[in-house]
Structures are given as structure tokens and as C-alpha cells.
Design a protein around this ligand. Structure first.
Ligand code: ADP
Ligand code: MG
Length: 273
């Protein structure tokens, strides 16, 4: 049973398919009929205003909320019908909620990423320790390894949680606004790193320019539905930004990369937020 073997092997980048997923809570559709195909190794950005349903959709992917209808398939397998350990070996989630890890050091938190790959109660072997050290290093938190997780700043916590996901060596990653508390350099470093992993990635991002720079395609959600899906250039248009975000914006190609850059026109007294 190759799948039961512990070890350092990174899971293969999976094909992720969301099929007509709806989430209905208290008579309200938080997510309505969402279908998406994410190719192996593709980075899909999920954007949209507050309350659009991004986090709710992401929860159905890492099995924190069961869809009311529809299916989530990883390499053709319905994630909601597979054992939790099966999913944990293939998919890592980086979430915003960071509470609850009392008394753990940064090292302990990152080491938790290895759990799905080990037999019950097994300690860390040499491979595990190498993987953990590498993850700490890559997220620039090796110097904090023995600090209590609870005492870290929001940005440091966020980087530790990304390091934990990295240590999990998943083939698929789901990240919910992973750059929120990060300073400019760490935002770029974190997204460049995630992108460079070559794993199938769905990442909710607030910053449209970061999404344009790091995602192969962007999915725009609004009112629980997908309202646009395509390359950054196809999706990030002044018309869409006016429609979905109710802002007047200019979109210009970056002078060097050609990546679309969104500049929101401020002033004029029409405060959309
Ligand atoms: P986003 O991540 O795009 O900001 P969410 O998925 O968090 O959006 O929320 C979508 C909508 O669902 C919001 O209007 C939010 O208030 C509502 N919502 C989220 N969780 C629940 C819940 N457990 N019960 C009822 N409404 C919820
Ligand atoms: Mg959210």
C-alpha cells in the first residue's frame, strides 16, 4: 500500500473540480451553483467583495463545510466521501483563524504538518525534521522556532501557518487571504513561494494586483456566485470593477510585465465603502 507509506514524497498536483456547489444556511444561499475546474499545478485566485462567499466556498474544499448540494472532486474522488487522512495527505489549508494553538512553539505548529504522513504516535524521523527545518527557513521563521506561537504578530503567525502547510507537502493548497497581515516583502515572498511549488492552488486574495501578478486565472465571486472567470487580463476590466466592487478604476498593463494593474480612482466624494 504505497499510499500508507510515510515519507518525504510530495503529493502529486491534483486536478480539482467543483461541480455545482451550493451552500445554504438558514434559507440563504451563501454559495450558489459554483462550478470550477482547476488544472494540476494551476494557481486560481478567488476575489470578490466582503461577503461574496469566498471563505464559504473554500471551506467546502477542505471539508470544513459540507455543500448543501454539488460535489468537490480531487482527481475525480469526491472529497466528502474519502477518509479525512486521505484528504490531509493531499490538501493543505491555510486559514485566517489562528486561535487555539495554546502552548505550542512555532516548531510544534509546523511539525503538525507532518501528522497525516505518520503512523499514530510516531515521532518525527530524520526526513520529517529536514522538511520542517526547510519550511521554517523558507517562510523566514526559523529564528522563531522555539517562540510560543501565541505570542507572535499576525504576520508571523500567518507565515508559520504557511510553513505548516508546506511541511504537509500537499499536492493541493487552499489559502484564505494568506497575505492579510503580511508586510509588502513577505506578501510577495509568500505568494512567489506558493506559486513556485507547482501545486494546484486556490487562494482567496483581497488585493487584485497581487492576484493579477501571481494567479494563472482569477475567479470573481459576488453574492455567492461566480460572475467572472478567466486570465487576469480577461477578468480585471473597469466594467467588472464597477459592477462588482462599485468603484471607478483604471486598468493599465504593467510597463515591464504587461500584467494588468488596477488603480482605483479616489476622490470625487463617491465613497463606495
Ligand atoms: P467572503 O469570504 O467572501 O467575505 P463569506 O464566505 O465569509 O464571504 O460569507 C458569505 C456570506 O455568508 C456573508 O454574508 C456572511 O455573513 C454569511 N455567512 C458566513 N458564514 C455564515 C454562517 N455560518 N451562517 C450564516 N451566514 C453566514
Ligand atoms: Mg473570507
Amino acid at each position: 500500500m504505497a499510499d500508507e507509506e510515510a515519507g518525504a514524497v510530495t503529493a502529486r498536483a491534483a486536478e480539482l473540480a467543483v461541480r455545482e456547489v451550493s451552500v445554504r444556511v438558514g434559507g440563504k444561499d451563501l454559495v450558489r451553483g459554483v462550478s470550477l475546474d482547476v488544472a494540476p499545478g494551476e494557481v486560481l485566485g478567488l476575489v470578490g467583495p466582503n461577503g461574496a462567499g469566498k471563505s464559504t466556498l473554500l471551506r467546502t474544499l477542505y471539508r470544513a463545510r459540507r455543500p448543501t448540494s454539488g460535489r468537490v472532486l480531487l482527481d475525480g474522488q469526491d472529497v466528502w466521501r474519502m477518509p479525512g487522512r486521505w484528504l490531509a495527505r493531499r490538501l493543505a489549508a491555510v486559514l485566517q483563524e489562528t486561535g487555539g494553538d495554546f502552548d505550542l512553539t512555532v516548531y510544534d505548529v509546523v511539525a503538525m504538518g507532518r501528522t497525516p504522513h505518520k503512523r499514530a504516535f510516531a515521532g518525527d524521523d530524520a526526513d520529517d525534521r529536514t522538511i520542517i527545518a526547510e519550511a521554517l527557513e523558507r517562510l523566514d521563521v526559523a529564528g522563531l522556532a522555539y517562540a510560543p506561537f501565541d505570542r507572535l504578530s499576525g504576520g508571523e503567525k500567518q507565515r508559520v501557518l504557511i510553513a505548516r502547510a508546506l511541511a504537509q507537502r500537499p499536492g493541493t493548497m487552499v489559502l484564505d487571504e494568506p497575505t492579510n497581515h503580511l508586510d509588502l516583502r513577505h506578501q510577495f515572498d509568500a505568494l512567489r513561494l506558493v506559486r513556485g511549488l507547482g501545486v494546484t492552488t486556490v487562494v482567496a486574495l483581497h488585493d487584485l494586483n497581487l492576484a493579477a501578478a501571481f494567479c494563472d486565472r482569477i475567479c470573481v465571486m459576488h453574492g455567492g456566485e461566480v460572475v467572472a472567470l478567466g486570465t487576469p487580463r480577461q477578468v480585471l476590466t473597469p466594467a467588472l470593477l464597477a459592477d462588482v466592487y462599485r468603484v471607478e478604476a483604471e486598468v493599465t498593463p504593467h510597463p515591464e510585465t504587461g500584467i494588468p494593474h488596477v488603480i482605483v480612482k479616489t476622490g470625487g466624494g463617491d465613497a463606495a465603502n
